[in-house]
Design a protein around this ligand. Structure first.
Ligand code: GRF
Length: 202
């Protein structure tokens, strides 16, 4: 079985990265985690990658004059590693339109809310402030606009009385770790495609 080579883009902890690495250990998983790119030298997720023997690369956004210049450096690293799909997991940079177009249909992101509700940052506090009874997570294809793009999978969890941003985040994170590997699998198998601005299940 030929497996799709996946790059995971991170900026921090790397727990979603870990869930993808774990899923990809299964012999019948259709993707392999071949590269981890971080824009931060001190991202804890880099150690997650190293522990799993995955190639890592740090590309700091700070040395580039524009979003697109940074994105072109990432793109070069992806091409050098013969990457077929990109999975972003806590990658805290907004992409240029150029990157979104170049990797259209081949780049995924996970966001800890039921998009289109609560894009951006302080997501769990946004959910608590809004008083919603459910929140969750979304895996979506990346488009130029932040935290939007066709949904591949979502999972909902209840918001409980007394929840703090931390307790809600922890409940949602468990679902993130379940649906991200599942969504990546569907895309790697060609069972979901971006078509006409929608995620189409085949
Ligand atoms: C996750 O909640 C993800 O949905 C969001 O950032 C967090 C990253 O966590 N985009 P981790 O680095 O995967 O542990």
């Amino acid at each position: 079985m030929s497996r799709v080579r996946v790059a995971v883009l991170i900026s921090g902890r790397g727990s979603n990265l870990q869930s993808l690495i774990d899923a990809a250990k299964a012999p019948d998983y259709p993707a392999e985690i071949a590269l981890v790119v971080s824009n931060k030298q001190d991202a804890a997720g880099l150690q997650v990658a190293r522990d799993a023997g995955v190639l890592t690369k740090v590309i700091s956004h700070k040395v580039f004059g524009s979003r697109e210049a940074f994105d072109r450096a990432i793109d070069a690293a992806l091409r050098e590693a013969k990457i077929g799909l990109v999975a972003e997991a806590g990658f805290m940079r907004i992409h240029s339109e150029w990157f979104a177009k170049t990797w259209e249909g081949k780049a995924l992101n996970i966001h800890p809310s039921l998009l289109p509700l609560f894009p951006g940052i302080r997501v769990h506090q946004q959910a608590l402030d809004a008083g919603v009874k459910e929140s969750g997570c979304t895996v979506h294809f990346i488009v130029a606009e932040l935290d939007s793009g066709p949904t591949i999978l979502q999972a909902a969890v209840p918001v409980l009385l007394g929840d703090t941003a931390e307790t809600l985040a922890a409940r949602i994170l468990m679902e993130e770790h379940r649906i991200y590997p599942e969504a990546l699998k569907l895309v790697a198998q060609g069972k979901v495609k971006l078509d006409g601005g929608r995620a189409v299940f085949l």
